[in-house]
Write a protein that binds this ligand. Structure first.
Ligand SMILES: NC(=O)c1ccc[n+]([C@@H]2O[C@H](COP(=O)([O-])OP(=O)(O)OC[C@H]3O[C@@H](n4cnc5c(N)ncnc54)[C@H](OP(=O)(O)O)[C@@H]3O)[C@@H](O)[C@H]2O)c1
Length: 230
């Protein structure tokens, strides 16, 4: 496929925004999406690439926006399910609204976005879907039950789709970063020391390496600062 359009969800900051730049540098055609229309419009204008408002927790918006992107730019070769939110604290103290928001964004959002683009990829016999998961999906610890659950579900989802769709030419991959120095914790009202975290650019570089190596289906890749082991 000549023109590789790649939709990035949650691309208005952190890993998603770093990815937009790295994808462009690597010769792909990134399509920036995000829940905040003002941020999407400003960034899309500033970078000079297409941008669409897309809240992944809203099924109607997913259907409408993916259809519009295909009409405007042709087939979608890649999808990076990056949009995500953090929730930390004792389980019983979370509001049910917060629990729902995490699952609707991190888990259902990833599944429904995948559902919207995958049929086309299968009919083309090529494509890549990369889910930004987390090391939180590889272990369990206190105070992150809902976030961990949202990502453990995606770890299972990714692994199953990996074997289901690789024979049809579509690579479904999971990227499992540890701490990344982004807005995620601050947005959730959590004060986190990120001195030992990866940068969003380092995370984006790993994703690009996974995407580019089309002979491989990468999974369970992570990076962690050496200082975090001291
Ligand atoms: N930071 C870490 O330590 C870490 C570690 C492992 C995995 N991850 C994962 O990495 C991914 C990216 O996070 P980040 O660290 O780059 O954090 P970030 O800077 O907060 O970026 C998250 C992005 O997702 C967007 N978003 C949130 N809810 C959305 C929704 N319903 N629909 C569409 N977009 C939505 C945010 O939009 P706004 O700009 O409007 O807020 C933001 O652009 C997430 O899936 C996260 O779980 C992060």
């Amino acid at each position: 496929m000549e023109r590789k359009n790649i939709i990035v969800t949650g691309a208005t900051s952190g890993i998603g925004l770093a990815l937009i730049h790295r994808l462009q540098d690597a010769g792909y055609y990134p399509i920036l999406t995000g829940r905040n229309p003002r941020k999407v419009a400003d960034l899309s204008h500033e970078i000079g690439i297409p941008g669409y408002q897309l809240d992944v927790s809203c099924e109607d918006q997913i259907q409408k926006t993916v259809t519009q992107i295909k009409a405007d730019h042709g087939p979608v070769w890649g999808l990076i399910n990056n949009a995500g939110i953090w929730l930390e604290g004792e389980f019983v103290k979370h509001s049910t609204k917060d629990i729902q928001a995490v699952i609707e964004t991190n888990t259902l959002g990833t599944m429904l976005m995948t559902h919207a683009v995958l049929p086309n990829m299968v009919s083309m016999g090529c494509g890549a879907i990369l889910n930004v998961v987390s090391t939180g999906a590889l272990y369990t610890r206190k105070m992150i039950s809902v976030y961990a659950a949202s990502k453990w579900a995606i770890r299972g989802f990714t692994g199953c789709l990996e074997v289901e769709y690789a024979p049809k030419g579509v690579r479904v991959m999971g990227f499992y970063p540890g701490k990344v120095n982004s807005n995620m914790y601050e947005t959730a009202g959590i004060d986190r020391n990120l001195d030992v975290a990866m940068t969003p650019e380092q995370a984006a570089d790993m994703v690009i390496a996974m995407l580019k190596d089309e002979g491989m289906v990468w999974s369970h890749v992570s990076g962690r600062s050496i200082q975090d082991y001291v």
